[in-house]
Design a protein around this ligand. Structure first.
Ligand SMILES: CC(C)(COP(=O)(O)OP(=O)(O)OC[C@H]1O[C@@H](n2cnc3c(N)ncnc32)[C@H](O)[C@@H]1OP(=O)(O)O)[C@@H](O)C(=O)NCCC(=O)NCCS
Length: 458
């Protein structure tokens, strides 16, 4: 079998010629359906009303929902993912390598869309296009199921997250409505060198999948994924790494979020999920109190001249894990050099001027919906920490102090890499929320979270 099989002909259309008509019909279902379309009815309601309905649906768990646990996944039928070169749930793995190989039958034409919609390649170096994407994500990239908080992206954040060295406009795949040119769907990929166990491969990191909330559950996602895959194939790449909060076939690793309040008062006021329920505000303020200043000598923000030193520190650290990015100097500079309200990185400079430790976190902002006082919430999310000299607990405590002094309300981290060594000590609480890591068209054994050395900011 050839590599191009992965995406269209072999694994989708060829899978069942009989089924293809049915599938096309199903995936065409997301076009507008006339006046009785419930989305059109919803559209007519004011935003507040729509949110009330969404909250009620969440409370009563009405409507189809995707599996959040492996147990739930066992009874779910993956109409799309079962046509893709990914491991089936429950399949054992003894080997390392592609699931399908070869390059025949690369489709030249984009996947067809229902009438009324068209593909667009988003050139994010244009401020106008970047602003459009920002609007789509800010209005539709929800964070909490009950719609109490919504992720809020800035233009600067999107520039950072989507335009590292070698980014490709063709891999910013948008869907627009013909009549008004409105952007209603998006998916992006970035080229990256990734190591999976002993294999190093150039592949794509897929992120920012988003469908307009009025076009949900109409199977636009498979169409977006197929088209992005085609575009990635055109560049001779056949593997991808991606993450999701839901269980798809099949997680390579399932990691948990941990949270550490920095501003317990505000978190209590907005009923932030994951706060310890058994603690009143007075106790919480005392329990989560942090020192006013940092204590590690030589701790300072990363500067451009430090990039070579930090690159070596990260390389030495990341090779301990089974899944990691192999970052170039330019990528280290892009991902870690501080940018206001986007990314912060601190290094520890030893006596001889050598860099001994590095820690970085990026900014995840949310809009608080329908709250009388608070409108926004800022979370710092841990990116990399590599400590060769300072005790990781001390380094991370200083990081919490710095994040708090910069106005962050909460610090979050995944239990990946060596993070478990400080999470409990520093009063992080485990959340009821997972992030699953996936590989497309690559087979290798599962790994525990502490073997995952890859974070890609969404
Ligand atoms: C994620 C999102 C695009 C899914 O859209 P949707 O309208 O619910 O789903 P669609 O009807 O278009 O497609 C359903 C198919 O997409 C798959 N799918 C849904 N979410 C997915 C995800 N995050 N990654 C990969 N596939 C996903 C489903 O499993 C299903 O395929 P299946 O039949 O094989 O199970 C949409 O809910 C959204 O924009 N959410 C807000 C942003 C977000 O959470 N993005 C994901 C970040 S990981």
């Amino acid at each position: 079998m050839t590599d191009s099989n992965l995406f269209d002909k072999k694994l989708t259309e060829d899978k069942s010629l009989k089924g293809s008509k049915k599938k096309q019909k199903k995936e065409d279902a997301w076009k507008s359906e006339g006046p009785r379309d419930p989305f059109a009815m919803l559209d007519a309601l004011p935003e507040m009303k729509q949110q009330e309905i969404q909250r009620a649906l969440h409370l009563f768990s009405i409507g189809p929902s995707l599996p959040k646990t492996l147990q739930q996944a066992k009874t779910h039928t993956y109409h799309f993912w079962d046509t893709q070169p990914v491991r089936r749930l429950g399949d054992g793995v003894g080997t390392h390598g592609p699931i399908v190989e070869g390059e025949a039958s690369l489709r030249k034409e984009p996947s067809s869309l229902p009438s009324g919609f068209s593909w667009d390649t988003l050139d994010l170096s244009s401020p106008t296009v970047l602003r459009e994407l920002c609007t789509l994500l800010n209005e539709n990239y929800m964070e909490e199921d009950d719609n109490t908080m919504r992720r809020e992206f800035s233009l600067e954040y999107l520039q950072w997250a989507l335009q590292p060295p070698n980014w490709l406009a063709q891999w910013n795949c948008g869907v627009r409505v013909h009549t008004n040119n409105k952007l209603v769907g998006f998916i992006a990929a970035l080229p990256a060198d990734v190591r999976m166990y002993e294999t190093e491969k150039r592949m794509s990191q897929v992120k920012f999948l988003c469908v307009h909330k009025k076009l949900r559950l109409k199977r636009m996602t498979p169409v977006l994924i197929r088209e992005l895959t085609r575009r990635i194939n055109q560049h001779g790449l056949y593997q991808a790494v991606y993450t999701a909060g839901i269980v798809l076939p099949t997680p390579l690793s399932s990691c948990r979020y941990w949270l550490r309040p920095l501003n317990p008062r505000k978190l209590t006021e907005v009923s932030y999920p994951g706060l310890r329920q058994n603690m009143n505000l007075h106790r919480a303020l005392k329990f989560y109190r942090l020192p006013e200043v940092t204590k590690t000598p030589g701790l300072r923000p990363l500067a451009k001249e430090d990039v070579v030193g930090v690159h070596s520190l990260l390389q030495a650290n990341l090779c301990k894990f089974h899944l990691s990015s192999m970052l170039s100097l330019q990528e280290v500079e892009h991902w870690l050099l501080p940018r206001e309200s986007v990314i912060d990185t601190y290094v520890v400079e030893g006596d001889a001027g050598t860099l001994t430790d590095v820690v970085s976190f990026y900014s995840v902002s949310s809009r608080v919906l329908n709250h009388p006082v608070h409108t926004g919430l800022r979370a710092a999310h841990l990116l990399y920490v590599a400590a060769t000299t300072t005790d990781p607990v001390d380094l991370m405590e200083d990081t919490l102090v710095l994040a708090k002094s910069k106005g962050f309300d909460v610090f979050s981290a995944l239990d990946v890499m060596d993070n478990k060594s400080f999470l409990e000590n520093l009063k992080f609480s485990i959340m009821d929320k997972s992030l699953h890591f996936y590989l497309y068209n690559w087979m290798c054994p599962n790994m525990s979270p502490d073997k995952v050395g890859l974070i890609f900011p969404n």
